[in-house]
Ligand binder design. Structure first.
Ligand SMILES: [Zn+2]
Ligand SMILES: [Zn+2]
Length: 133
């Protein structure tokens, strides 16, 4: 079980399941949405995500591509994204987790669009776009 919360503390959630496909994502959308040089994300089943408090603070930014970025409307912390093309799954923003992970992401994705001023200094696999399935 994992627990997470946003910066202002309005939103608290639990995950009653496993994280999968964890990755550091360097795509320009994640960089802009997070205001950072890359994002750390993992996939969880929507049915295993339980919002404990803060439902009224959750806001959604939806793109024409059918991606919905869900964030705290009070502090702006990104919570998860979901896609029309992947129903039933959420892409969780790992920085909000309060539960320490045994192991962080083991891959970099969308390295082809990473910020040119950031160099990756670990030996983890790098994928130009999505990781091969
Ligand atoms: Zn917040
Ligand atoms: Zn991304």
């Amino acid at each position: 079980m994992y627990q997470g919360s946003c910066l202002c503390g309005a939103i608290h959630y639990e995950i009653h399941g496993e994280l999968s496909a964890a990755a550091y994502c360097h795509c320009s959308r994640c960089r802009k949405a997070n205001g950072s040089v890359f994002a750390a994300n993992a996939t969880v089943k929507e049915s295993e995500f339980r919002l404990l408090q803060g439902g009224e603070a959750l806001k959604t930014y939806s793109t024409v591509a059918g991606v919905h970025r869900v964030f705290c409307g009070q502090c702006g912390a990104p919570v998860y994204s979901k896609r029309d093309s992947g129903p039933g799954f959420l892409r969780l923003r790992l920085g909000l987790l309060d539960t320490p992970l045994a192991q962080g992401p083991q891959q970099h994705i969308f390295v082809g669009s990473k910020a040119p001023w950031y160099e990756i200094h670990d030996g983890l696999p790098q994928h130009a776009e999505r990781a091969p399935v």
